[in-house]
Design a protein around this ligand. Structure first.
Ligand code: SP5
Ligand code: ZN
Length: 345
């Protein structure tokens, strides 16, 4: 029996801002921290799984998802920000109101420019953030390559996360969208389904594939009336054009427990099985946990075991890509449970 391949390396550590904002308040310690990867890897090591690093990939698959102007901006923004005398942590505070669209005119001021690309004040950037996000994309693409080579379960332990980053915007702790880049690349090899079990709706992934019938996006998440990202993730968002019907949102009420969550996941996975995808990309968050510091759902470790087991039962090649999960003291336990479920233990 082949065991999951785990992909991780050290590049993510370059993304480690000194603080975050939460509803305008300075947060220390932060939620989206390097220790999250360490906790998952502790579970990986305890399970006796081997870890491999990512391999470098060119920009082409990135530019098949993200606006080249945004990628160029992210690559070069930090020095310009600092040269303007701005703080060590880049955060926007001014956003284009819809009335200011003016044919897409963009600010030439570094603060205005950041507010154009980034949709919230919760996504701090530092000098190494782009390199870290780009390395996370490399990790997901390395995983996609392994899946195409015949590996049945690959888990890319990426950070920063990605599913809130869209074609031409970033936010929600996300800079680039590794799962979306991998899924679009994989769709050159057959039909792809994404199953997003992060607590939050993956608005970015939804927008990337909104008109794309080759990648079906399915997400279970906190009802946007009760949690972030507030304006995306409703059940009536179905996709458009040739992608209409290929987007499937399952908003869940606060405190949804293991049993109700897994019942909803089963219904989603029935649809995925009927689609008969060549590959299933899983946007994996541990933030549906009851004790997640920013979460509203009610899962326990048994719930994550159930998610792993249900994914295993799909019997499709799986590429799991790490998204959120912030209960630092319990992430190892949640990852261990998920891996056990995946392996049929
Ligand atoms: C990838 C991912 O999980 N991104 C999440 C981004 C969430 N950002 C805003 C979170 C607001 C949480 N506010 C609730 C605080 C409760 N103490
Ligand atoms: Zn999340």
């Amino acid at each position: 029996m082949t065991r999951p391949i785990v992909l991780a390396d050290q590049h993510h550590r370059q993304h480690d801002p000194a603080y975050e904002l939460n509803a305008g308040e300075v947060i220390r310690p932060r939620y989206e921290v390097p220790q999250r990867v360490d906790a998952v890897l502790a579970a990986v090591e305890a399970a006796g799984l081997t870890v491999r690093p990512g391999e470098l990939h060119g920009d082409e698959p990135v530019l098949a998802v993200h606006d080249p102007a945004m990628v160029a901006y992210l690559r070069d923004a930090y020095p310009a920000w600092r040269a303007a005398g701005l703080p060590e942590v880049m955060l926007p505070d001014t956003f284009p109101s819809p009335r200011w669209a003016r044919g897409g005119r963009r600010s030439r001021h570094p603060v205005g420019e950041l507010g154009w690309w980034c949709f919230d004040t919760a996504t701090p950037l530092v000098a190494g953030s782009y390199a870290a996000a780009r390395a996370a994309v490399d990790l997901a693409l390395t995983g996609a390559g392994l899946v195409v080579d015949g590996h049945r379960q690959v888990y890319a332990v990426t950070r920063p996360p990605g599913h809130h980053a869209g074609p031409d915007y970033l936010g929600g702790f996300c800079v680039l969208n590794p799962a979306a880049v991998a899924a679009r690349w994989l769709s050159g090899h057959g039909r792809v389904a994404i199953v997003d079990v992060d607590l939050h709706h993956g608005n970015g992934t939804q927008d990337v594939f909104w008109e794309d019938p080759g990648v079906h996006y399915h997400s279970l998440h906190i009802d946007p009336d009760h949690g972030y990202p507030f304006l995306s993730g409703f059940a009536d968002e179905l996709g458009a054009g040739p992608g209409r019907g290929a987007n499937h949102n399952v908003p869940l009420p606060p405190d949804t427990d293991d049993e109700r969550y897994l019942a909803a996941l089963d219904r989603v996975l029935d649809r995925v099985a009927r689609l008969d995808p060549a590959v299933v990309v899983v946007s994996l968050g541990y933030d549906p946990a009851a004790n997640d510091p920013i979460g509203e759902l009610g899962l326990t470790a048994a719930g994550f075991h159930g998610i792993g087991a249900a994914l295993r039962e799909l019997d499709r090649p799986l590429l799991l890509v790490q998204e959120g999960g912030y209960a630092l003291d319990d992430l190892e336990r949640y990852a261990a449970a998920l891996l056990a479920g995946l392996e049929g233990r």
